[in-house]
Design a protein around this ligand. Sequence first.
Ligand SMILES: NC(=O)c1ccc[n+]([C@@H]2O[C@H](COP(=O)([O-])OP(=O)(O)OC[C@H]3O[C@@H](n4cnc5c(N)ncnc54)[C@H](O)[C@@H]3O)[C@@H](O)[C@H]2O)c1
Length: 364
Amino acid sequence: MKSNNTFRIALFPGDGIGEEITDPTRILLDEVAARVGGFGFDWEPCDAGAAYYRKHGTALPEQSIKTARAADAILLAAMGLPDVRYADGREMTPQIDIRFEYGLYAGVRPVKPVPGVRAILADPRAHDIDYVIIRESIEGLFAPIAPGTRDGDKEARETMVITRPVCEKLFDFAFRLAEERGGQKKVTSVDKANVFQAFAFWRDIFYERAKGFGGISADHAYVDAFAMTMVQKPWSIDVAVTENMFGDILSDLGAALMGGMGYAPSADIGDDHAVFQPCHGSAPDIAGKGLANPTAMILSAAMMLEWLGARHGSSEAGVAASTLRRAVEGAFGGGRLITCELGGDAGTEAVFTAVRDALARVDV
Ligand SMILES: NC(=O)c1ccc[n+]([C@@H]2O[C@H](COP(=O)([O-])OP(=O)(O)OC[C@H]3O[C@@H](n4cnc5c(N)ncnc54)[C@H](O)[C@@H]3O)[C@@H](O)[C@H]2O)c1
C-alpha cells in the first residue's frame, strides 16, 4: 500500500463481457472508498487475454505480470475466446497462468445466494445456503509441472499432481476459514480416495492437518456424492476443500444454485498475492449485448476489499467490503431486479445503477 492509504490494483478487463463489467465495478469501488473514507485506489490497467494474443502473439505480456506482481491486489474480469486457440487446440488461459505465476493455491468460491434473487431450489432452506468451496488452484489435473501429452491420433494423457507442501497450506487455509466463519465449524474433503492414489494421499494429509484445529470437525465425501449433496441438502455444507478440476466443476454447480454464473464471486489466494475474479468466463454468447450480470464481479471486488483490509490492518477497507455487499443486497432485496439469466430484463447497466443507488443509501 502506498503511504497515502492508496491501494494499487492491477486491473485486467480481459475479453468479452469482462470488458463490460470492469468499469461498473471500478466505479463502485471508487464510490465505496469515497463514502467510507480513509483510503483509495490507484488503478493500473493490464493487458491480457485472447484478443490481446490475436493482436500481439502473447496472452499475458511480461509488463502485465510485472505490474500485477507489484500491485496490492489483482482484479480480473474474464478471459478467453473459444475461437482463439493454440495450434494444439487448447485455448490460451492467462487467468489460470496468473495463479501459477503467483502461487495462488486457494481458490475461494463462496456459495451464498444474494437475498432477493429467485431461489433455484424449491426447499425454503435454500435461502439460507452459505458455504465455501476451496478449489486447489495450482496443481491437481491442471498442474503445469506435468503438462498433458498427445501422441498424434493414437492417445493423449494428463497427469494429476498432488504435493504435500501445497496440500498442507491448502488444508490449513480451509480450517482457518472454518474457524473465522464460526458457522458449523466443519471442513469436508471432497475427493475420490476410493479409486485414486493421489486422492488417498490427499486425504491422509487432510486428516493430519485437521489435528491442528481442535475446534473444527473434519469429514470427507466422494465428489460424486458431494455433487448430490450440493443439490439435496446444501445447507449441511460449511467449508469444502477439493482438487482443481473437481473445484472447477463444482463451483459452476454452486453458481447455478445462486441463480447463475453472474452471481458467483471468487478469490485465488496465495501467501503474498491474490486475484479476485468472478467464476464465470467471457460469455461470448451474450458479449456486446449489455446483458452481462456484473454482480459476481462486484462481489469479487468486495472479497478483495475484505482481503486488503485484513492484510493491511485497514478497518476502512473492511467496512467498505460490508458496505458494498449491503448495497448489492439492497439492489436485489425487493425481488424486482431480475437479471437476464433468470428471465428478467435487467442487464449490466440496470444492475450497476441499482447497486450504485443502493450504495448511496446504505449506512456506513
Ligand atoms: N476465469 C475466466 O476467465 C474463465 C472462466 C471460465 C471460462 N473462461 C473462458 O470463457 C469463454 C467462454 O466460456 P464458457 O461459455 O464455457 O463459460 P462462461 O462462464 O463464459 O459462460 C457460461 C454461461 O453462463 C453465462 N454467463 C456467464 N457469465 C455471465 C454473467 N456475468 N451474466 C450473465 N450470464 C453469464 C453465459 O452467457 C453462458 O451461457 C471460454 O473462452 C473459456 O475458456 C474463462
